[in-house]
Write a protein that binds this ligand. Structure first.
Ligand code: ATP
Ligand code: MN
Length: 464
């Protein structure tokens, strides 16, 4: 008989129907005459209860039905007598597809996330990781749907790049050279002309520069793909391999950009509330009791738009009034997470879009304001997370862009193609980068970014 997914079965009320379900045993409870098996197939956080009469099944079969074992169950869909579920299956036949060895690591409830990371290959079978991974899928669908509906084209930028203009220190090199046999030239430098690509290449830290080529041809594009940063920072908000969403749009100004950022992120959070109800309720109960309220509040409130200079003034006032920060506050500094969170969580109590940063702390391609000191960069700051989005209006003037490049001594010899966008029909444009896992942290209420991606890559850790 054809298998019914548990998510579909739980919606059915045609009691008396013969059904087949397949899944993994979550728990088993025995009384003298009956065995109750909670079965989960990953299609939903909910289990289906299997009722197996002791007299109908062999002791030798029942012995194999342990937590983690995989079963195929045929039976009758019946209205449940017990509390906690509307329906259950009265089993007529049980087939053990896979027994579960006694050292199955996910047997006990309430194991720590640290323990689960060490057994990351099996943690996907737990309630929490099932919920997180289903939500992850729905958030990806939300992102594609948003951009598709708003006329953006999904644009694929390369993962291997030869440009080192951005974050060179944080890049993973890509090479086929024999590392045991590297011979530096007389100048001490490695010659890459005989390497696979004939030059030094790395994994991308951002698809933005290529994204700008797309936007200045197609009008509006977005990327959604893996991004790599060899930043040696062991924080709960950084991964070495993460997924980034980078829309880039022609003919927009700073206000348009902030409108898009706010509209997009609200759409995604709202999508979660609409499509992930069961999983969010589970996380709200087990992980973070304020999760649902926080998600609803973000969808329902206008984000604060805050100039950097004004933000610094607020922080300085807070310090004067006795607020303690680890890092001192002054105009020109890059905000640390503690400052961002103070503004969002204590001062405004809602998301903040900050803009008008000093040019020295932002990237070379950001549009310079008429004051000559600040740029049209924006960061969207969120409760619990800090920076969730970084974006900017791009400098469209060739001369001004070159000035920034020269001031910063950025090696541009391989970047002629990027500069050509400013020579051939340049236009106002802008875009932003959203870290997918930062969005996932916010939407799930999970505390550590390692727990919202199936297989995290972080310093000294590339298991599974
Ligand atoms: P942060 O200051 O938090 O390190 P950033 O300024 O380096 O962020 P951007 O270069 O602006 O970030 O990247 C755009 C977005 O990508 C960020 O807003 C964030 O959501 C995400 N992001 C950046 N680095 C990481 C990382 N190592 N792991 C996960 N997400 C990241
Ligand atoms: Mn960073």
């Amino acid at each position: 008989m054809e298998r019914t997914k548990i998510v579909d079965l739980l919606r059915r009320t045609d009691f008396g129907a013969a059904v087949t379900v397949k899944g993994w045993v979550r728990t088993r409870r025995d009384s003298k005459a009956v065995h109750f098996i909670a079965l989960n197939d990953g299609s939903t956080i909910r289990n289906i209860q299997i009722v197996a009469d002791a007299e109908k099944f062999d002791e030798s079969l029942l012995k194999l039905i342990t937590t983690g074992a995989c079963l195929s169950v045929e039976g009758t869909l019946v209205e449940s007598q017990g509390a906690g579920q509307a329906s259950e299956i009265q089993a007529t036949s049980i087939d053990v597809l896979g027994t579960c060895a006694p050292d199955y690591p996910m047997q006990k409830k309430g194991q720590s996330f640290e323990f689960m990371r060490q057994h990351g290959h099996m943690r996907l079978r737990t309630n929490t990781f099932g919920a997180v991974m289903r939500i992850r899928h729905h958030m990806a669908m939300a992102i594609h749907t948003y951009f598709h509906e708003h006329g953006y084209f999904y644009f694929h930028t390369p993962l291997i790049t030869a440009s080192d203009a951005e974050g060179a220190g944080q890049m993973f090199q890509v090479t086929t050279k024999d590392l045991a046999n590297l011979r530096p030239g007389e100048d001490g430098k490695i010659d890459y002309s005989d390497d696979f690509f004939g030059k030094q290449t790395s994994l991308t830290v951002s698809g933005q520069l290529e994204g700008e080529l797309g936007a200045t041809a197609l009008g509006a594009i977005y990327t959604f793909g893996p991004t790599f940063r060899a930043e040696n920072s062991n924080t709960p908000r950084h991964l070495a391999e993460f997924w980034m969403i980078e829309p880039e749009v022609a003919f927009i100004d700073l206000n348009d950009l902030m409108d898009i950022e706010e509209d997009f992120i609200k759409y995604c959070v709202n999508w979660a509330l609409e499509h992930c109800q069961d999983d969010l309720e589970f996380l709200n109960k087990m992980i973070d009791k304020t999760l649902l309220a926080r998600l609803q509040s973000v969808v329902g409130t206008e984000f604060i738009r805050l100039d950097y200079t004004e933000g610094i003034r607020i922080l300085e006032e807070a310090v004067a009034a006795g607020q303690k920060f680890e890092f001192p506050v002054s105009w020109g500094m890059d905000l640390a997470s503690e400052h961002e969170r103070y503004l969002v969580e204590q001062h405004f109590k809602r998301p903040v879009i900050m803009s008008g940063y000093p040019k020295e702390i932002k990237a070379f391609y950001m549009k310079l304001n008429p004051d000559g000191k600040t740029v049209q960069g924006t960061d969207v700051l969120f409760p619990q997370i800090g920076e969730i989005i970084g974006g900017s209006v791009r400098e469209e003037s060739y001369e001004k862009l070159m000035e920034q490049i020269e001031e910063r001594h950025i090696p541009m010899k391989d970047m002629w193609w990027y500069l050509d966008t400013r020579r051939f029909g340049t236009c106002p444009h802008g875009g932003f980068g959203l870290g997918f896992e930062r969005l996932m942290l916010f939407v799930t209420g999970m505390q550590n970014i390692r727990d919202v991606i199936p297989f995290p890559r972080t310093p000294k850790s590339a298991e599974f």
